[in-house]
Design a binder for this molecule. Structure first.
Ligand code: HEM
Length: 425
């Protein structure tokens, strides 16, 4: 028998085996779903990034609760507010831990970080330790001046680049360094001198490597193999902590408090390193991609850009750049001390996790506490861009390509487009 017939025979035997196993398996009452192929399941239909638009289309066909088979794993998709509430709130304890795969296990040491920690005591400790340096209104008060300065620097620099108002610039690169600066100030009390700062370049490489590993399971492009890459990532994170965490002027930075918790034995050194890794991804990528998505939508919807600009001029007075205080200013909002996000839309949409129709920061036990810093920071950057420059697509292009692709924790625009930034007098 030739090698080819042997392989065919083996394949048939495996398929027959799988079929018998399936027929013998106890009949579970599972949610409906599309037909799954043996071995790969629905992988070919949905791809590896579970695009939410495809999933929304499938939910129209199969209902609010449906099932996908990813390889041999069953994945239940939930897409109605009622079902989301059931999962995230009512049964929140049951669903309090996140699914991990082998790549994430490598990246975060089997869940020793905060994002993938099992929903138990270690996670509670990490969440508590992170609250003081990141997720309180005091942090907003202490940081607002630097956020405003950072946003001003971006605007001023873009305004003076000659190509910005002619052929256009890739705005993401500049926003990226701004976001690193904003988050690294909170974390390490450190600011990068410029985009060529060696530590900034190392961190970008580190995060790029981690991103490729998380999305593809391999470190795409030239570079070390996954094991080697993981060691490099870990080594560099360790260096970063040593570089910055022990600086005497860094006492108020998050790293100081996290180190303090480690010294008291509340968390391990591994926990500490993986928390730093979490911040690199959960804090920087999410913020950057939100702003970039916002700018792209403004370019593609010039009427909305005009309305935003007019509203800012009308509310703040022409020429007055927005500050953090303007996002809760008693002059402009009814009961500013009360959390009433529906005021932003007049549509009763609440973004902090209480309205299960719209959960940008998640909801329940594992929700994102960063909403307290993310909303003002995003508002400042986007509003200042609109106040200072018209954002336009580059000559000859009608629209910016906003097609998305999956990231580690959130989706982002796949292609780096150029945009023309016409300074407003
Ligand atoms: C626009 C910005 C951001 C968005 C849209 C966002 C969104 C989210 C979402 C949807 C989750 C999962 C929530 C759930 O499972 O219910 C999450 C978790 C998390 N986010 Fe964010 N996030 C943003 C910025 C940040 C920032 C700036 C930080 C840190 C300073 C951060 C830290 C975290 C952490 C630590 C978790 C895991 C929480 C846990 O498991 O207990 N995020 N984020």
């Amino acid at each position: 028998m030739g090698l080819e017939s042997a392989v065919q025979g083996l394949l048939v035997a495996v398929l027959v085996g799988l079929l018998i196993a399936k027929l013998r398996a106890p009949k579970l009452k599972l949610p409906p779903g599309t037909v799954a192929l043996p071995i790969v399941g629905n992988w070919l239909q949905v791809g590896d990034d579970l695009n939410h638009r495809n999933l929304a289309e499938m939910s129209k066909k199969y209902g609010d609760v449906f099932m996908l088979k990813m390889g041999q794993r069953n994945l239940v998709m939930v897409s109605s507010p009622e079902a989301a509430k059931e999962v995230l709130h009512t049964q929140g304890t049951e669903f309090g831990s996140r699914e991990r795969n082998v790549v994430y296990d490598i990246l975060i040491g089997n869940g020793q970080d905060m994002v993938f920690a099992v929903y138990e005591e270690d996670w509670r400790k990490m969440r508590r330790i992170m609250t003081v340096p990141f997720f309180t209104s005091k942090v907003v008060q202490q940081s607002r001046g630097t956020w405003e300065d950072d946003a001003l620097r971006v605007v001023e620099e873009l305004r003076t680049r000659p190509e910005a108002s002619t052929t256009g610039v890739v705005i993401r690169n500049r926003l990226n360094s701004m976001m690193y600066n904003s988050i690294y100030r909170l974390m390490f009390d450190r600011r990068f001198e410029n985009e060529e700062d060696p530590l900034f370049l190392r961190l970008k490489a580190l995060n790029g490597g981690r991103s490729r590993l998380a999305q593809k399971g391999v470190p795409g492009g030239p570079g070390p193999a996954p094991g080697g890459l993981q060691r490099t990532l870990r080594g560099r994170t360790q260096e970063t902590v040593r570089d910055d965490g022990t600086k005497p002027d860094g006492e108020k930075a998050a790293i100081y408090l996290i180190l303090e918790a480690q010294r008291k034995g509340e968390i391990s050194e591994d926990n500490l390193l993986y928390i730093v890794e979490n911040i690199n991804v959960a804090a920087i990528e999410t913020m950057l991609w939100s702003i970039e998505g916002g700018v792209a939508e403004l370019v593609n919807n010039p009427d909305i850009q005009t309305r935003v600009s007019e509203e800012l001029d009308h509310t703040l007075g022409k020429g007055n750049l927005i500050t953090e205080l303007d996002t809760y200013n008693p002059k402009h909002w009814d009961q500013p001390g009360r959390f009433m996000p529906e005021r932003f839309s007049g549509n009763n949409i609440e973004v902090s996790g209480g309205d299960f129709r719209f959960l940008p920061f998640g909801s329940g036990r594992r929700s994102c506490r960063s909403i307290i810093i993310a909303m003002p920071l995003l508002t400042i950057v986007l509003s200042r861009l609109v106040q200072s420059m018209g954002q336009l697509s580059p000559p000859g292009m009608k629209k910016v390509d906003v097609a998305e692709k999956g990231g580690q924790f959130s989706r982002h625009i796949a292609t780096r487009s150029t945009m023309v930034c016409k300074p407003i007098a």
